[in-house]
Ligand binder design. Sequence first.
Ligand code: DLL
Length: 434
Amino acid sequence: MIWNDEFETLPREALASLQLKRLQQTLQRVYASVPFYRESFQKANITPDSIKSLQDMEKLPFTLKQDMRENYPYGLFAAPLDQIVRIHASSGTTGKPTVVGYTRRDIKNWAEMMARSFSAAGAHAGDVIHNAYGYGLFTGGLGAHYGAEEIGASVIPMSGGNTKKQIMIMKDFGSTVLTCTPSYCLFLAEAALEEGIDIRDLPLRVGIHGAEPWSEQMRDEIEEKLGIKAIDIYGLSEILGPGVGIECIEAQNGLHIWEDHFIPEIIDPESGEVLPHGERGELVITTITKEGIPLIRYRTRDITRIIPDACVCGRTHLRLERMSGRSDDMLIIRGVNVFPSQIESLLMQIEGVEPHYQLLVDRDGNLDTLEVHVEVNEKMFSDEIKVLQGLSREIRSQIKDILGVTCEVRLVEPKTIARSEGKAQRVIDNRNKS
Ligand code: DLL
């Protein structure tokens, strides 16, 4: 179902003129109230009035995560604190977290975008939404919560953790929609089986998964193991939180990005040049309705492409292809660029392998080494050593043939790779540690 017919199916031309109007208002706002933007526009020799068309956007400087860190905590806010009603933060791997603030209207818009997202995934009033995204500074829990309430569903604010209880509640309360990271979803299914519960027998119908990269093969695995439709949802705290974009259940092919609130661009991450629709590169987003912390041409580091074709669902908003990784997650192993998602896709196509893996990168002298730890299923594990050796040789040679990098493969027992209640840690890179 389409939640907001008027805006979600706006003809492209009307959408573009709405975007331009809102972009110009946003530029005026940040120029007037955020010293960082006034300075960066001045350096680029522009004022908000220089932007007369959407094409002119290329003149605007990029905003980086680093800029948010340097203006920690409130330096990029475009509204005074007495108008900020919520603060979230994302913990980076290094240093201080990135802080974002929402005005009352921002929260309303976010709930609306999450309501659109739930509807696109096929959820509606009457659904019992089991929300296992973490509540707290992380945007996942509260972001999904407000959207679930907006559509009139009954939301269970589970948050992450306490897996046994999650399973009991899911069964007893008759949850029909599950929201959590894709890796935690598989963990839940596995833990349920240990309790003698097959999630396929429960009323659960849809899973809405995001916050970390996952592959089409992992989707198949989730849909098979839980007996549900698994929908990809994208977002990042700097821009909003969950609900920047989502797949529609009709196509399950590309994530509609809510273009009346955001302008997406794809750039070459090396040169910064804008790429035409269809080409893969780094996603850059400009917010055009946010008041608390509007961001101009924010470099997400996420790699995707714009799918320019119209979608069968009738929404006119552009679709982004499933994120294929982050430009800063790209591993360079002996000069070869490798995205963890490529290894995941490859592993998931091999019989006997479970969707739990970890990549260990290290250095031996001057040489990078890659070790792929991957779980095999019970059946495979009980097989003869010869069979296991054959399997590990097959994985090794596929990685070599397809990605061009030599690695060691270690097959490990089922359930030995650490499970996460939030984002899975797929890569351990020890190269920079002495
Ligand atoms: O992860 C917000 C969110 C919560 C999205 C719940 C979806 C569901 P951050 O913690 O700021 O925000 O992390 C944002 O996570 O830049 C991507 O690299 C990654 N990411 C988020 N969704 C997806 C996805 C939330 N569907 C960062 N596929 C982003 C791949 C994703 N990566």
